[in-house]
Structures are given as C-alpha cells and as structure tokens.
Design a protein around this ligand. Structure first.
Ligand SMILES: [Zn+2]
Ligand SMILES: [Zn+2]
Length: 181
C-alpha cells in the first residue's frame, strides 16, 4: 500500500464520483443511483435521500474534476478551500469495524460535505507525498474519466470502463489494416 489505509479508497471513491458525471453519461440520475454508489464505496453515516442532497453531490463533481487537471498550487488552493468551507477538524475515530482513521467532519454532517472533505483529506496526503502525478485522465481519446494510478510502476493509462480493451482492439485493427495494404 502506498498511502494510509483510508487514503486509497477515498481517492478511488473521489475519482468514481467524478466519473459519474463524465463523457459516459449521467450515472447519478436519481437517489437510487446515489444509494448504489454509496453502497459500492462503503459510505455510511448521514444520507438524506433528497433531491437537494443529490444535486449537491452532483455539483461537487466539477469541483473535484478540476483537481485532476490542476497544477500543485491550484490543487492546494482547492483542497484548503474544501477543508475551510466545511470547517474541517481532523479527529481519529473508529466505526463499523474499521481501524482508526481520520474524519475531519462529524458523521452527521451533510453527505456532500463529507464527500468533499474526505476527498480533500486524501488529496492532502497526495500533495504531502509529492504524488499528484498519480492523478491521471484516461488515455482513450473518447473518454474523460479520471483515475488514480496506484500501480507500483505508475503504468496505468486507462480507466476501468473498458478503455484499455477498446484501445487494444483499435490498435489490433490498425495493425491488420496496415499489414493488408
Ligand atoms: Zn470512517
Ligand atoms: Zn476511459
């Protein structure tokens, strides 16, 4: 593991959240979709299941997406802003059989706030470790999914949405076409 046990899942969840609003279409069309997203990424705590909450979660996505395209100083400014806006106060806590980890807002804080702060705390870890280069955008030309490259040799180029396979098929067809001509 490269980072603290709570940093990696938080980064993966942040990328997944960003990707629910990318070029593959709206993946959080309703509250039920948000429920499923939260279950997939192990989110517990306050969840109102309202349209307003859903909207606030969706509105967080472009703010987080910009981080993947930003330089270090811009990332720092955004992270600090997210933490400041939420009145973040880091506390070590234990719940749901997880070992001690950091929460910077209470578990009954609004879901979008908790999502923003959890992403910001994990990104702060990346900044401190000088590891922002692990934030990538999928190499496939038709895809704007963001990803976190947690591979040892920093070799990850494609997102999880099948882009690696699509690129391999395209390259294979191009080689065959070239061999024929
Ligand atoms: Zn927790
Ligand atoms: Zn992709």
């Amino acid at each position: 593991m490269l980072f603290a046990h709570d940093t990696e899942p938080a980064l993966i969840a942040a990328a997944a959240l960003v990707n629910t609003g990318g070029s593959h279409g709206e993946a959080l069309p309703d509250v039920a979709a948000l429920d499923a997203f939260l279950a997939t990424h192990g989110w517990t705590g306050r969840h109102e299941r309202t349209e307003a909450e859903l909207r606030a979660v969706r509105d967080l996505r472009p703010r987080l997406r910009r981080i993947w395209y930003a330089d270090t100083d811009e990332v720092v400014a955004t992270v600090n802003e997210l933490l400041r806006d939420a009145g973040a106060l880091p506390q070590l806590i234990r719940h749901d059989d997880e070992p001690y980890h950091l929460h910077a807002v209470p578990r009954d804080a609004p879901l979008p706030t908790r999502m923003a702060v959890e992403a910001a705390m994990a990104l702060a870890d990346l900044v401190r470790g000088d590891e922002l280069s692990r934030l990538r955008v999928c190499d496939h030309p038709d895809c704007d999914n963001v990803l976190v490259d947690l591979s040892k040799n920093r070799s990850r180029r494609y997102c999880d949405a099948g882009c690696g396979n699509r690129a391999a098929v395209t390259a294979y067809r191009a080689r065959r076409a070239a061999a024929r001509s």
